[in-house]
Design a protein around this ligand. Structure first.
Ligand code: SAM
Length: 348
């Protein structure tokens, strides 16, 4: 037990552990260790961000995807998925509504849909930046060429989220079809960083075949890559995927890892994800209490929300909805945190 507490103290001080130490920390965590690391993580984030929680308006622009990731409900092979895409005017309308609600970051997320070529996207980005000059634009649209990322950056996009999914190449191969490659994913992350985006990586907790050693590798990757943002959430099965019968990842381990990641990089932007809120009714609050400092309510048009179904029972209404921000604000106040109207850039 004392050994685990000593590891937490070491991580809080040095922001790094060996892969073996991470494995030990995860495998032998006790309720006392969980409580202790949470306190350390909350302390670390308070020093950088006080009690502020940043919000992002999440606009799910398309569920059309050329990829066939084995875990994902909007994978190409899912014939039961009713497909949609939003055009520039519809996206701008979401931003307008979000701006009035107090959002100062818009996240455009979607499948890899060829409709959004560089011309279409640069037009959308520059229209958002012209209409809402004090807002940040985050993109989460998968793998693209370096030239394409460069054009999106020059059009005004500020941030890019591209989860690495797993830092173990063999594990990557078991989660994706042969047409996708680990090295390309990693190359994209490197390009995004070199171009100047604030970059986010991340992974699913409890994805099929994931071992503790894989998670340790993810943590070592995060140490080395030093992303500005990191999205982690439990894997949740989707009934129309090859992983339909796999079990979901745990909210408890996700929260523990949020604390670990906060201690690796105290200034990181760390969301309490929709997946965490979907497996646990107070998942978002628990995530914030474990060291997360970002929440991404859903700002997509109501008519398409249910169609962006990455996994079974994905939340999109209730507190997950941007329109219910007042409720979320109150919930955060109840646990001592304040949702702010701010772009919410990383503090360097
Ligand atoms: N297409 C873009 C990409 O690949 O980065 C962005 C959209 S993708 C649907 C966003 C993230 O959803 C993925 O990076 C993945 O980690 C997560 N995701 C997909 N299926 C999931 C599932 N069944 N459970 C939990 N998270 C899932």
């Amino acid at each position: 037990m004392n050994e685990i507490i000593a590891l937490i103290d070491k991580l809080a001080k040095e922001h790094s552990l060996s892969a073996e130490e991470y494995e030990k920390l995860i495998e032998f965590r006790t309720p006392e260790a969980v409580k202790y690391i949470r306190e350390k993580a909350v302390e670390a984030r308070k020093e950088v961000y006080s009690n502020k929680v940043f919000i992002r308006g999440l606009i799910e622009i398309s569920n059309i995807c050329k990829n066939d990731c084995l875990y994902c409900g909007i994978r190409r092979s899912n014939k039961n998925c009713s497909r949609y895409r939003l055009n520039a005017d519809e996206i701008l309308e979401c931003c307008k509504e979000g701006y009035a609600l107090g959002f100062r970051t818009f996240v455009l997320q979607g499948g890899e849909d060829a409709y959004y070529d560089d011309d279409v996207l640069t037009d959308i980005i520059s229209r958002i930046k012209t209409s809402f000059a004090d807002c940040a634009v985050t993109l989460s649209l998968g793998e693209r060429s370096r030239e394409s990322y460069q054009r999106l950056f020059e059009a005004g996009a500020d941030r890019y989220l591209l989860r690495h999914e797993t830092a173990n190449e063999e594990h990557y191969r078991r989660l994706h079809p042969d047409s996708m490659s680990f090295s390309e994913r990693m190359e994209c992350l490197k390009n995004l960083k070199e171009i100047g985006f604030q970059v986010g990586c991340g992974f699913m907790v409890g994805s099929p075949f994931q071992t503790t050693s894989d998670i340790a590798r993810d943590l070592k990757f995060i140490e080395k890559f030093s992303p500005d943002m990191c999205g982690i959430g439990p894997f949740i099965p989707h009934k129309d995927t090859p992983f339909a019968d796999q079990s979901a990842g745990s909210a408890e381990l996700t929260c523990f890892l949020l604390s670990v990641i906060r201690l690796i990089k105290p200034n990181i932007l760390l969301p309490a994800t929709t997946a965490l809120g979907s497996v646990n009714s107070d998942g978002r609050e628990k995530g914030i209490q474990s060291g997360a400092n970002v929440i991404m309510p859903n700002l997509s048009p109501h008519s398409v929300r249910k169609k962006y179904e990455l996994y079974n029972n994905k939340l999109s209404d209730g507190d997950e909805s941007a329109q219910n921000l007042m409720n979320l604000k109150q919930k955060m106040l109840n646990i001592g945190y304040e949702i702010v109207t701010d772009r919410g850039d990383i503090v360097k």
